[in-house]
Ligand binder design. Structure first.
Ligand code: NAD
Length: 364
């Protein structure tokens, strides 16, 4: 079996799907590793850091790979050139991606989108949403600290006492909890908010206060459901009052397969403190804030709104290490003895499969 990864081509993408550590583990199973030259360099893994791994041009890699691991979905050019029968594994961003799925069908490849794995205990070791969300949450809070006009911690100095910044994190999933933990390490005074009631305990266990707005919307599979129109209005009214107190708001709210819920309206932002800063981690899925512009910094009155993209690529070494471990653990499900033979009776394999041979199994 030949397992491969190409150099990622998306703008600003620095992660790699196979790290030296995971290449070594795969080699230990008798698997050949063939990577595109320079595949790991931007993540901090030059070719020389991979032991017992072969390197070649992208064309060579595509001609020989049996399993192609990727971080972000292959670009159109790669999709067109996929070899029939190859297995593609990675974040394929399947929701709403009808044309990408059609291209995978046309290429007659079997593909797995790890975003579709159920959030079960057994799937945790391959859960890329969790591993990469943790990186994104950490990065979002550092970006907030960097752009805020205030210190995060309390400081007692000869020039007087500085009060800690007040930080609110909206959405206390994996990214939100890591954002809270990061703000805590920086000494801010933090509150966390979510619509899933079980997050209260998680927020409090990190030393933050839970902001209770009286709207509860637990959905299935441990996720939130979409709010009804009335619930959304109730949430916004309750939140508008509280917002005035915060220096920094980091938003991370998401509902799988849907556009991010719009939580912060222009009117709510107009009521915030001068100098307040919003970092919208949900930018890529449409943003939690009405005024977010992808990849840009928006100045609305005296409030600044940042819409960072691909935050997980901002700490590429550790993000790649975690990602590659996820890939390795998933690949183990696909390998039987010495052959690549996905077991479609395994729910993790079945649920993450987007295309099988020339057939689409996931409806975008
Ligand atoms: P996510 O990225 O889909 O959403 C982020 C957060 O936004 C969630 O906590 C969600 O409740 C919240 N949210 C959605 N709509 C909102 C709204 N209108 N207002 C406020 N908040 C809103 O979620 P995620 O971080 O990927 O994970 C969600 C859950 O899955 C968590 O409970 C997590 O612990 C669980 N999980 C379980 C496993 C596992 O057992 N294998 C692995 C990972 C995550």
């Amino acid at each position: 079996i030949t397992v491969s990864a190409l150099r990622e081509t998306a703008a600003g993408e620095r992660r790699v799907a196979i790290t030296p550590e995971m290449a070594k583990k795969l080699r230990g199973k008798g698997i050949r590793i063939l990577l595109e030259q320079g595949a790991g360099r931007a993540a901090g893994f030059p070719d020389a850091s991979y032991a017992d791994v072969e390197f070649a041009s992208a064309d060579e890699v595509m001609a020989q790979a049996d399993l192609l691991a990727c971080v972000l979905p292959p670009d159109d050019d790669v999709l067109r050139r996929l070899r029939e029968g190859v297995i593609v594994v990675g974040q394929l961003r399947p929701y709403g991606a009808a044309s990408r799925i059609a291209a995978l069908v046309q290429a007659k490849v079997t593909s797995f989108a790890l975003e579709l794995l159920p959030r079960t205990t057994r799937a945790q070791a391959m859960d890329v949403l969790s591993s990469q969300a943790a990186v994104a949450g950490y990065r979002a809070m550092l970006i907030a600290a960097e752009h805020a006009p205030k210190f995060f911690p309390m400081l007692t100095t000869a020039a007087g006492t500085i009060r800690p910044s007040r930080v609110l994190v909206i959405g206390a999933g994996v990214a939100g909890l890591q954002a809270i933990a990061t703000a805590r390490r920086l000494g801010a005074q933090i509150e966390g908010y979510d619509v899933r009631p079980e997050t209260r305990e998680q927020v409090e266990s990190l030393g933050a206060k839970f902001l209770d707005l009286g709207v509860s919307a637990a959905g299935s599979g441990g996720y939130a459901r979409e709010l009804t129109a009335e619930e959304r209005v109730a949430q916004q009214q309750a939140l508008a009052d509280h917002l005035k107190a915060f220096d920094v708001v980091v938003t991370t709210a998401a509902v799988p397969g849907r556009a991010a819920p719009k939580i912060l309206t222009a009117a709510m932002i107009a009521g915030m403190k001068p100098g307040a800063l919003i970092v919208d981690l949900a930018t890529e899925s449409g943003g939690n804030c009405e005024l977010t512009r992808p990849g840009e910094q928006v100045q609305q009155g005296d409030v600044t709104i940042l819409g960072p993209l691909n935050l997980a690529a901002g700490a590429p070494l550790h993000a790649s290490e975690m990602y590659a471990r996820n890939i390795y653990n998933f690949a183990e499900l696909l390998i039987r003895e010495t052959a690549l033979q996905p077991d479609f009776d395994d729910e993790l394999v079945a649920k993450s499969c987007v295309t099988r041979g020339g057939e689409a199994l996931f409806n975008a």
